[in-house]
Ligand binder design. Sequence first.
Ligand code: FDA
Length: 394
Amino acid sequence: MTSSPPFDVIVLGAGAAGLFAAIAAGQRGRRVLLLDHAGEAGKKILISGGGRCNFTNSDCRPDRFLSTNPHFAKSALARYTQHDFVALVRKHRIAFHEKTLGQLFCDGSARQIVAMLLAEATAAHVDLRLSHRVTGVSRSERFRVETDRGAFEAPALVLATGGLSIPKMGATGLAHDLARRFGLAVVPPRPGLVPLTFEGALLDLMRPLSGVALDSVVRCGKSAFREAMLFTHRGLSGPAILQASSYWKAGEPLLLDLLPGRDPATLLRAARQARPRAEPRTILGEWLPQRLAQALAGMHLPGQRMADLPDRAIQAAATQVKAWRLLPGGTEGYAKAEVTLGGVDTAALSSRDCQAKAVPALFVIGEAVDVTGWLGGYNFQWAWSSGWVAGQAV
Ligand code: FDA
């Protein structure tokens, strides 16, 4: 028994991608059922960007996405661009601003973005049903979704239940599990955009610096990010570290430049000559946050006055400031990860519309797919773009 009027498509997951796919399909006259187990749609949108939602990036480019196939995202990102989303935001008269590095935020609240999406969904006659726990999905002639509040059927199914990040908010591996059951490969998921943890002497050094933030360049392999970094009671966080974390693999070192664009060895030698009586921590504190300057001076610049410093001490301090090589112990995991790397293998999907190649009318979109953006509005843009292309095809 099904308890539903006839639907053309069922979308599982009323997050960013699912809402957008449902809207696009509804605008094309498709009868859309949008199901979610949460009691509210777009919960991650509401908490995103510190409550202001960094909804896209004005400089969105495919090379800002990680995937086993770096070309996969190109088609969807070109078909529904950041400019298209900005036009929608403008149409709804939502005020926004560019914060930094092309990141676009609401002036007011992320709630405006959710309200905009819900208004569009209502206008497109999307049947949104919340608090529905999915208990089974099968396919014979049509897809059949069983829930604790009845069963629903449709000829097309869109998996948009996201990744594993923030289980406390209701994240589940449903999309990955269902994809596997339909024979689609899943690239092993792991936490991305996540704070890094350290152990032993490094943690002893970092813990007292908790709360200290500074401009930095953080390198991981071939990737480098110049943004703020932050010491925490478990290790390191802040945008530069989060960005690098998506590229980090266990056992790999990070390289930190704590004084981007300046040469600390030259600066320290000049200070030794010009201000021989000054304390090293005072000099370092003119370029770095006080607490960090004090810690570094304690480690590398013994002695009371600049005049007492041998060249090798200056060189050791300069190396730590300019190219501090650190081995993270791990990450803070899905509980703190903004995104999930990996996911449904792009090789199983058409890049044009995110449809499963081997299972016609099954689509996978958003964070559930092995496409992960940088910090800065890229992940929402992927949700909008992948949702929109699927919505054109269902
Ligand atoms: P999303 O997770 O949004 O939605 C999945 C939906 O499926 C949810 O509504 C969930 O309830 C539902 N669901 C899950 N399991 C289910 C099940 N078993 N049955 C039924 N329903 C189920 N990105 C960005 O670009 N700019 C930003 O400012 C931020 N900020 C940010 C802050 C924080 C704290 C986090 C955790 C993440 C961000 N992100 C971000 C990332 C961004 O939120 C994320 O990439 C998108 O929300 C992904 O959209 P999806 O629709 O794919 O998944």
